[in-house]
Design a protein around this ligand. Structure first.
Ligand code: C2E
Ligand code: MG
Ligand code: MG
Ligand code: MG
Length: 298
């Protein structure tokens, strides 16, 4: 195709511009269509929130769940967050959608607290966009959401990426500080992939790090990744921060993490993101997800 396009551009000269422009227009059109479909999905309340368990490796119990947005379009089917979160951020839609996710997740947490005996350390994780951090009234809005749902902020962890914190500058840090003041915890998501300096990290009002899954993937075979993860674990211990490994899929990764003192993990090895009713069943039926190979099944 590249060859064909180049050939065309040599042959037709000025037409190249139209050819190129046409491509841009089509892309912009598709974005606009996606945006209006997303807006409609949100208005119609057809977006959903799924939950992925977080697991405590030494005991195997579910010590939390991360709320993850799901969009099932009637025509296109399941559209992954990686395809629409950026668009929602560009258009500002992420602000009402993100707030809706917090509300949904808190109402779900309230049901779990009422219907089942949750482990004492169970934490509900919710992703926040950097755009939300720029709202000065975010702390009051979230605190209102917790009050309305009847959940304690101490059970909630807000996940922010390094880049969204960096982009939101001083406002973001002030908002994070206010959030911590009323009792929520804050985790840095995808840790290691952003550009935060360690001196900046020290000043952030955060409580834990989530090690990006790109470092976990080859942890058992790649000595560089192993060294990076060990360094992050040492850093979090020294700074008094909690730590969670993302994207754990295999027993070897789990063994490495346990051996190096990482006690919490999330990944397909334990469970995929699932609808609320499935999580409830899992919490009731199979409270131990880790260390499965050590279970004596006869
Ligand atoms: P994230 O916050 O880092 O969420 C973890 C992502 O890793 C999820 O992808 C999850 O399904 C995936 N994952 C978990 N375990 C494994 C594993 O073992 N292997 C692999 N390959 N993947 C695993 P998902 O649900 O597609 O979400 C992608 C991203 O979209 C999230 O990354 C988050 O940045 C964003 N996102 C999702 N929901 C929301 C939301 O409500 N608000 C905002 N602002 N962002 C959201
Ligand atoms: Mg996350
Ligand atoms: Mg992550
Ligand atoms: Mg991510």
């Amino acid at each position: 195709h590249a060859d064909a396009a180049m050939y065309k551009s040599k042959e037709r000269g000025r037409n190249t511009f139209h050819f190129y422009e046409h491509g841009i227009t089509e892309r912009a059109m598709r974005r606009l269509q996606l945006e209006s479909r997303l807006r409609r999905a949100f208005d119609d309340r057809t977006l959903q929130v799924h939950y992925q368990p977080l697991v405590r490796l030494d005991t195997g119990h579910i010590c939390g769940a991360e709320a993850l947005l799901r969009w099932n379009d009637p025509e296109a089917g399941a559209i992954p967050p990686d395809h629409f979160i950026a668009l929602a951020e560009d258009t500002g839609l992420i602000v009402p959608i993100g707030e809706w996710v917090v509300g949904e997740a808190c109402e779900a947490l309230k049901r779990w607290e009422t219907e089942i005996l949750l482990p004492a350390d169970f934490a509900l994780h919710v992703n926040l966009s950097g755009k939300q951090l720029l709202q000065k009234d975010l702390p009051t809005r979230l605190s209102d959401a917790f009050t309305r749902a009847g959940v304690s902020p101490a059970r909630v962890v807000l996940e922010l990426t390094e880049s969204s914190i960096m982009e939101s500058e001083a406002t973001g840090v002030a908002v994070m500080t206010a959030l911590r003041e009323f009792g929520v915890e804050i985790a840095i998501d995808d840790f290691g992939t952003g550009h935060s300096s360690l001196s900046r990290l020290k000043l952030l009002p955060i409580s834990e790090l989530k090690i990006d899954r790109s470092f976990i993937r080859d942890i058992a075979v790649d000595s560089d990744d192993a060294a990076i993860v060990q360094a992050i674990l040492a850093l979090s211990a020294k700074l008094g921060l909690g730590v969670i490994a993302e994207g754990v899929e295999h027993a070897e990764q789990e063994a490495f993490l346990m051996q190096h003192g990482c006690l919490r993990a999330q990944g397909y090895r334990y469970a995929r993101p699932m609808p609320e009713d499935e999580l409830i069943r899992l919490l009731v039926d199979a409270p131990s997800l880790a260390l499965r190979e050590t279970v004596d099944t006869d």
